[in-house]
Design a protein. Structure first.
Lengths: 61, 239
């Protein structure tokens, strides 16, 4: 016979776990995203660095 | 690469430990299924202590050496510690409802001091937002990080010093280490969860530390008027 009360209790416990694991997962995802954004920002050449020279423009033949 | 491996390892370990805690070990005879919350509750609490201990140690490091890495470690510990303290409180409330008949009781010293711990470190994170000057911000935060750490032993020993709803220490007293009061499967599930959460904790700390270092670097660039990314955001006009 299926113990519905025990299943309900286990679902309550699983919900408690889900909130913690879900919250931690969301925090980890946001951290990874912010880290990626910060890396892109700091790896971009600074504005006062000399720009690479433009390629020479050749007149059409 | 190593951080990625750590992250994947932590994910697999947490999934395995959760499955073991929910279906691998039997329910407790007295508390039934609700006792399974103990595994995540205790693991979160221990890692919250560790996080705030890291913050306090790194705060001392900053005040002595003025090393930006110390401030980044302190920030990482505080932010991750707030996450694990919130998880501890949530799990405790969910465990308390079926076992004590209530989610919360302000008269309980363990619950109240833990709520205070959470408030102190949320305050720590808010204080960091009061100034944009990195060194001044780090010094102010370090003082708060050290003072707030006084609450860690108060939380831990509150169940010994005062009476309340919360049970006394089960695993960390000399008597219980020699004579475990819980069945071996329960202890194994707790240690497994603690190990898995420790991997996740380490990944979070390392990632948050790296982010803090990059933010510090960007702030320093901005203070000197050389904001990285400006060249990409505003392309120079072509002649």
């Amino acid at each position: 016979m299926i113990d519905l009360a025990a299943i309900g209790d286990l679902a309550f416990v699983a919900a408690a776990y889900a909130v913690i694991l879900g919250g931690t997962g969301l925090y980890a995802l946001s951290l990874a995203r912010r880290l990626r954004g910060a890396r892109q920002t700091t790896s971009t050449p600074a504005s006062d660095q000399p720009r690479p020279a433009d390629p020479p423009i050749h007149p059409r033949a | 690469m190593a951080t990625r491996v750590l992250g994947i390892g932590a994910l697999v370990a947490v999934a395995g430990a959760t499955a073991f805690a929910l279906v691998g070990v039997p329910a407790d005879l007295n508390q039934g299924e609700a006792q399974r919350i103990m595994y995540i509750h205790v693991a979160s609490a221990w890692l919250a202590y560790l996080s705030f201990g890291v913050t306090a140690a790194a705060s001392v490091w900053w005040l002595v050496r003025r090393d930006p890495r110390a401030d980044a470690v302190a920030l990482a510990g505080a932010e991750v510690g707030v996450l694990f303290t919130a998880a501890t409180i949530w799990a405790g409330m969910m465990w308390g409802r079926p076992v004590w008949g209530t989610y919360w009781q302000w008269e309980d010293p363990r619950l109240t001091t833990t709520a205070l711990l959470l408030a102190l470190y949320v305050g720590y994170l808010l204080i960091r937002r009061l100034t944009d000057e990195p060194a001044r911000r780090a010094t102010r935060a370090a003082v708060v990080g050290i003072v707030a750490a006084i609450d860690i032993p108060i939380v831990h020993f509150s169940v010994v010093w005062w009476r309340g709803l919360h049970q006394g220490p089960t695993f960390m007293s000399p008597d219980t280490i020699l004579n475990p009061p819980a069945p071996g499967q329960f202890v194994a599930a707790l240690l497994l969860m603690l190990g898995a959460f420790s991997l996740a904790w380490l990944w979070l700390i390392v990632s948050r530390y790296r982010l803090a270092r990059l933010d510090w670097e960007a702030e320093e660039f901005a203070r000197r008027g050389r904001l990285p990314g400006l060249a990409a955001a505003v392309p120079a006009p072509r002649p």
